[in-house]
Design a protein around this ligand. Structure first.
Ligand SMILES: Nc1ncnc2c1ncn2[C@@H]1O[C@H](COP(=O)(O)OP(=O)(O)O)[C@@H](O)[C@H]1O
Ligand SMILES: [Mg+2]
Length: 1003
């Protein structure tokens, strides 16, 4: 809180009304200086804005700043032009009334800059549409054009407005700028032909020469160098460092195209500008009769071309004057002086009227044609109070104008203040102030005022001169307190006043005017024949400016001063009907130097601008006032009853509030709609308490805000999650639904297929059939019989019965083929044998079936014979049959038998022919030995060593066999005996050697 207080002190107070010592000029200046040194160029006196020219670019006119001030309460932000502009705009929008902003101050104080900034503020911040964009651009671009033609470098200001300007900006009911209108006042024409030292002609001349392209200059007959033109060199400063004519030319050229100027307009306009320059270079000399003649015809030719006038007539009109004598017109030659006068008069006249044409043209392009009601904000940027070394008729008019505006301000502020107190039912104490009405009357009063006296002097017949005018003044207003001449002055003052001077004590200070030229300038006469020439010009603008009707009008035109007075009267009328806002501009030093605060100069301005009086008036009653609603809105946090909301009437809320804060009865008054606070201290205390409170509120707000942010973030996330969930669920459901739809279709198709399965293939059943086929084949793949004996076969669906049958056949064939291919030669033989066995035994003999599975072994049969001629054949029985022994056969046809056996067995190596002996098995795993010998008698016997001895010779007869087994003749000559081994007496045969142990079989 303290920090804020210190900050406030360091930069002074933002509103002079809050100054404690409000009557002290020093305190006022100190505050202004403190702030100025901190680049705070704006300070309020209530709702009036005091602005001190910074003479440097400040960073306070950005779009961000504009947005900051837009729609914000006047006192909420530091003082600014934008606050004034915004306030007027907002009141206009809400109350639907008209406003004006009066910008005053002396030349170079910053009035024009201020008016441009306000215009920019409206251009940027007001609502607009694409259609209105062009209006906005035209409003903005009318400025550079008017400045080019109406502004000039003076000693005080490099861009001094040499005309007064009042511009209405029209707004529609939505507050959008839709049009505009400009009123111009008394352009300083004399500058066209004459400039003081250090000053320039109007910017446009230099811009054209500097920026115009070669072709244009050539067409206009101009040279680029301004030094070549008599009208541009009198001030001896055609080129100024601070002015960029080339750049300004570009802006002006661009502006022309936006403000609806045709190429023809532009051609004519620059024809006129160039003509003025050519006029300035026309020189006259005396002929032998003392009459003026033009020295060099070059310029006049250019003028004749550019203005479209007849050369010789123009020439004649510049050197002659037409005098009407009775009904005759006589041309009287001019002397050189008068010729120069005529030349300059033409130059001034065409420039002055062209300027008026220009304003009208711009007005045409700014005009809003729709007839709906509009409200306006007027910007008045008029030449400031001017005191030069030599002050002429122009300064007289300018200062008179400032006098009038000062009066308006006094009346309106006092009136407003008074009205406010009355309206609010608060007693009003009148404040003494200097009313400059007395000076205004001195200038403008009918018959008695200076203007009337001047006019009289101009109009009266006889030799009227500037001096006779001065005498008249002394005679008629000599006793006026604000009028002095050398003759009337006291000893001390006399020295500073010349014989041709008169001095006025203006509200802003004394100004001594030189009366020389007053009559001529007031008359502003242009010789009739010159007017005639111009009326017949082919240049469109000139023709519009000089109407033929003017020639027919025999009445004397109004004098310049009277015209000016009348236009000011109507301006005041315009302003009086509107709500005012004021900007008072102060010039901080004479050198256009940034940061320099010239106390003396500023004190003077503060005085004559009546700022102290204004402050006193503001302070006399109450230093501060606010509408209840706004006051409550701002300070309601200071009282629990009103915080955060007060639901009753605002006035009662304020009463509760100030009671709670502890205002004393003398500190305030409650009006009908406003609270009035008498002392700044009271407001400061309240403001400080509010500052302190604000910190608390801010932290509370911060916490709340952070909470809100968190909540918002959470809500956002939650919503996002829900949305995601919903989307996801939706997606899932859609997927599921799709799946189900698909399934339903499939099932339907399946059922349909099933129903139609028996029909020939058709769209209804094709898929079903295919599916059945597929399924059956897939299943069949796993169930095909694996061998030929497997007779199983998967039951086919009815539609596949035929196919299945074919497949089964193929499969069996395949298996058989595979089986057959896998059968070896031996096996084949075996099988063939089995086939034979089957034919022999099947169904006939027991045990056959069991034998089927047992393969017939090749190895089971092995035959041995001796190499001798015995008929013994031993058939070896395989070892696996341990019970049985080998069969020993005796055979008469041994060769035949054995061969057939071999053939039967399909085995040649079946027979082993042994020598000497062979081993044979007896049974139960025992072996015996058979020995073959040759003897006389074939016989078989068992030797003592147990060996069976076979003696070959004749027919072998086995006596033992014969005895025991017997031999049958019908056995085919083959008998067989097989050694048997009784289990119980295993050693019987070998031990006993009896043949009875051998069983004989016939084969
Ligand atoms: N607000 C401002 N910021 C910066 N410079 C300014 C400002 N106001 C005025 N100036 C300077 O002062 C000069 C004179 O201002 P201007 O508005 O033309 O004066 P006036 O119209 O009162 O005669 C401008 O050309 C500009 O250089
Ligand atoms: Mg200006």
């Amino acid at each position: 809180m303290e920090g804020a207080l210190i900050a406030r002190d360091r930069v002074g107070v933002q509103d002079f009304v809050l100054l404690d010592s409000h009557t002290s000029e020093t305190a006022f200046l100190n505050n202004l200086r403190k702030r100025y040194q901190e680049n705070l160029i704006y300070t309020y006196i209530g709702t009036l804005l005091v602005s001190v020219n910074p003479y440097k670019e400040l960073d306070i006119y950005t779009v961000t700043q504009m947005q900051l001030y837009r729609g914000v309460n006047f006192f909420e932000l530091p003082p600014h032009l934008y606050a004034i502009a915004d306030n007027a705009y907002r009141v206009m929008c809400s109350e639907y009334n008209n406003h004006f902003i009066l910008i005053s101050g002396e030349s170079g104080a910053g009035k024009t800059e201020a008016s441009k900034k306000i215009l920019q503020y409206y251009a940027v911040t007001c609502p607009t549409t694409e259609q209105l964009q062009i209006v906005r651009d035209r409003l903005l671009l009318s400025n550079p054009v008017l400045e080019a033609f109406g502004n000039a470098k003076t000693l005080r200001n490099d861009n001094s407005s040499r005309f007064g300007k009042y511009m209405d900006i029209q707004f529609d009911f939505k507050g959008a700028p839709v049009g505009g209108h400009i009123l111009s006042y008394l352009i300083e024409k004399s500058r066209v032909v004459h400039q003081n030292h250090g000053e320039r002609n109007f910017h446009i001349f230099y811009q054209l020469l500097e920026g115009g392209d070669k072709d244009l200059l050539c067409w206009l007959g101009l040279e680029r160098n301004p030094q070549k033109y008599a009208y541009l060199v009198q001030g001896r400063c055609a080129k100024v460092f601070s002015i960029n004519d080339k750049n300004d030319w570009k802006i002006v050229r661009k502006a022309f195209s936006i403000i609806d100027f045709t190429e023809k307009d532009i051609e004519h306009l620059f024809g006129i500008v160039a003509s003025v320059l050519h006029l300035g270079n026309i020189q006259f000399e005396e002929d032998s009769n003392g009459h003026a003649i033009i020295r060099d015809g070059t310029q006049i030719k250019w003028i004749s071309k550019l203005l479209g006038v007849h050369l010789s007539i123009l020439q004649e009109s510049l050197t002659h004057r037409k005098i009407e004598a009775r009904s005759e017109e006589v041309l009287s030659p001019l002397n050189v002086d008068l010729a120069f006068y005529a030349r300059d008069a033409v130059a001034k006249a065409i420039y002055g009227r062209t300027f008026t044409w220009l304003v009208n043209k711009i007005n045409g392009s700014l005009a809003n044609k729709d007839s709906t009601r509009k409200t306006v904000i007027g910007l008045l940027d008029i030449y400031g109070f001017e005191v030069l070394d030599t002050n002429s008729f122009e300064q007289f008019c300018i200062n008179y104008c400032n006098e009038k505006l000062q009066q308006l301000l006094i009346e309106m502020t006092l009136k407003a203040e008074q009205e406010e107190y009355e309206l609010e039912g608060i007693e009003w104490e009148p404040i003494p102030y200097f009313n400059n009405k007395i000076i205004c009357d001195l200038v403008e009063q009918k018959h008695k005022g200076i203007i009337s006296i001047l006019d009289e002097e101009c109009l009266r017949p006889g030799e009227a001169t500037d001096l006779s005018f001065l005498e008249k003044l002394e005679e008629k207003v000599g006793d006026h307190a604000h009028f002095v001449t050398r003759k009337l002055a006291d000893q001390k003052t006399r020295k500073s006043i010349d014989w041709v001077d008169f001095r006025l004590l203006h509200y802003a200070g004394e100004v001594t005017y030189c009366a020389v030229g007053f009559l001529e300038k007031n008359n502003d006469l242009l010789y009739r024949n010159l007017k005639e020439v111009l009326c017949n010009s082919k240049n469109g603008i000139i023709r519009e400016c000089f109407l033929l009707s003017e020639l027919d009008n025999r009445r004397r035109p109004e004098t310049v001063a009277t015209q000016f007075k009348n236009s000011l009267m109507s301006l005041i009328e315009i302003l009086m009907s509107k709500e005012p806002s004021y900007v008072r501009c102060i010039k901080p030093n004479e050198n256009k130097e940034p940061g320099k605060f010239d106390d003396y100069l500023i004190r003077h301005q503060v005085k004559y601008l009546g700022l102290m009086e204004h402050l006193r008036v503001r302070r006399a009653g109450f230093a501060y006032r606010r509408k209840y609603e706004l006051f409550l809105q701002r300070y309601k946090s200071l009282c629990p009853a009103t915080w955060p909301h007060w639901h009753g009437p605002a006035a009662e809320g304020v009463e509760r509030l100030i009671k709670h804060i502890g205002y004393k009865p003398e500190e305030y008054k409650l009006g009908r709609t406003k609270i009035f606070i008498r002392f700044p201290k009271t407001l400061f205390a309240t403001e400080d308490a509010f500052e302190f409170r604000k910190h608390l509120l801010v932290s509370r707000l911060q916490a709340k805000y952070k909470g809100c942010l968190g909540k918002r973030e959470y809500q956002k996330k939650r919503e996002a999650a829900i949305k995601l969930e919903a989307c996801w669920r939706g997606a899932l459901a859609r997927k599921e639904a799709k799946k189900r739809t698909w399934a339903v279709q499939i099932i339907r198709k399946f059922i349909n297929g099933f129903i139609n399965r028996k029909k020939p293939l058709c769209p209804e059943n094709i898929e079903f059939v295919k599916l059945v086929q597929y399924k059956y084949f897939m299943k069949l793949r796993d169930h095909v019989p694996k061998n030929v004996l497997d007779k199983s076969w998967l039951q086919p669906p009815s539609i596949l019965e035929e196919t299945s049958e074919m497949l089964q056949k193929i499969c069996i064939r395949n298996l058989v083929r595979k089986y057959c291919r896998g059968v070896t030669a031996e096996r084949k033989v075996q099988l063939q044998q089995k086939v034979v066995a089957s034919a022999v035994f099947r169904g006939k003999k027991e045990g056959y079936l069991q034998s089927i599975n047992q393969p017939f072994m090749d190895t089971r049969l092995s035959i041995s014979t001796s190499n001798l001629s015995d008929g013994i054949v031993v058939i070896h029985v395989p070892e696996d049959n341990k019970q049985k022994g080998d069969a020993i056969l005796q055979c008469e046809h041994i060769f035949e038998t054995v061969t057939k056996l071999c053939m039967l067995a399909n085995k040649q190596n079946l027979v082993k022919v042994v020598q000497g002996s062979l081993q044979f098995r007896i049974g139960s795993g025992k072996e015996g030995t058979m020995v073959f010998t040759v003897g006389q008698e074939p016989q078989v016997f068992k030797a003592k060593n147990g060996q069976l001895t076979v003696v070959s010779g004749g027919k072998a007869v086995l006596s033992a066999q014969q005895k025991e087994g017997g031999m049958r003749e019908d056995d085919g000559g083959l008998c067989c005996f097989q050694p048997t081994v009784q289990q119980k007496q295993p050693n019987l045969f070998p031990q006993t050697g009896h043949l009875k142990d051998y069983q004989l079989y016939s084969i």
